[in-house]
Design a protein around this ligand. Structure first.
Ligand SMILES: [Fe+2]
Ligand SMILES: [Fe+2]
Length: 214
């Protein structure tokens, strides 16, 4: 098999292309159907629809950040196997991104205007994690995914009970994220120190707190 070598300019253009697709375009997905399609249509009161839209906007930005984290890590990860594994997870995260965006539209809501900002920040965090070495990088993936699973559980409590389409999406995402965490640990991910885990929670709180509103 031949390996393609990219110049630094090629690599940069690939990253810019990925970023634009994530924030503004149509990212490449696995083609799995949106889980919301199997759920009964939701009859929501205006206030419930608004709340569901806000929560799904937060989840949409979470997936934008997931893309950026993985892209940043893929850029700096050293082992080819780690890179390949992450690229597979990236495509699955794109499913989540597409599903959340579809649901956002159905709810009459919109993606966060802060997405370019969060993409940039998350990309830099991901690149730093990748630079720290594959053991830490994979540990970072595992910890991120664990925190996302906890976050999704909380959102499943907060979503209006009858919003079955949004629930179906979050349930499938929860299952995928848990699998991503397990894969990262099995690939040799290290447990991150408590202060790092606490910092990650703090950063996530800023994201969830702001994108709920804008
Ligand atoms: Fe995801
Ligand atoms: Fe994930």
């Amino acid at each position: 098999m031949t390996t393609r070598h990219y110049t630094p300019v090629d690599a940069l253009l690939i990253q810019v292309d990925q970023a634009l697709r994530t924030v503004f375009g149509q990212p490449v997905t696995t083609g799995r159907p949106n889980p919301a399609m199997t759920a009964p249509a939701a009859e929501l009161q205006p206030v419930e629809q608004q709340e569901a839209g806000r929560l799904m906007r937060v989840n949409h930005t979470g997936e934008v950040c997931a893309q950026a984290l993985y892209q940043g890590q893929a850029l700096t990860a050293r082992l080819e196997t780690v890179r390949d594994r992450m690229e597979q997870a990236v495509i699955e995260e794109n499913d989540h991104l597409a599903w959340c965006e579809e649901r956002l539209k159905e709810l009459g809501s919109h993606p966060s205007i802060l997405n370019p900002l969060f993409y940039t920040g998350a990309f830099m965090i991901g690149a730093a994690a990748g630079k720290a070495g594959d053991r830490w990088s994979l540990g970072f993936v595992a910890e991120t995914e664990h925190q996302v699973v906890e976050h999704l559980k909380a959102h499943l409590h907060r979503l209006p009970a009858q919003d079955q389409p949004s629930r179906a999406i979050l349930e499938q995402m929860k299952e995928d994220e848990a699998r991503h965490a397990t894969q990262a640990l099995e690939a040799g991910g290290a447990r991150l120190p408590l202060p790092v885990r606490a910092l990650m929670k703090g950063v996530a709180k800023v994201m969830t707190g702001t994108t709920y509103w804008i």
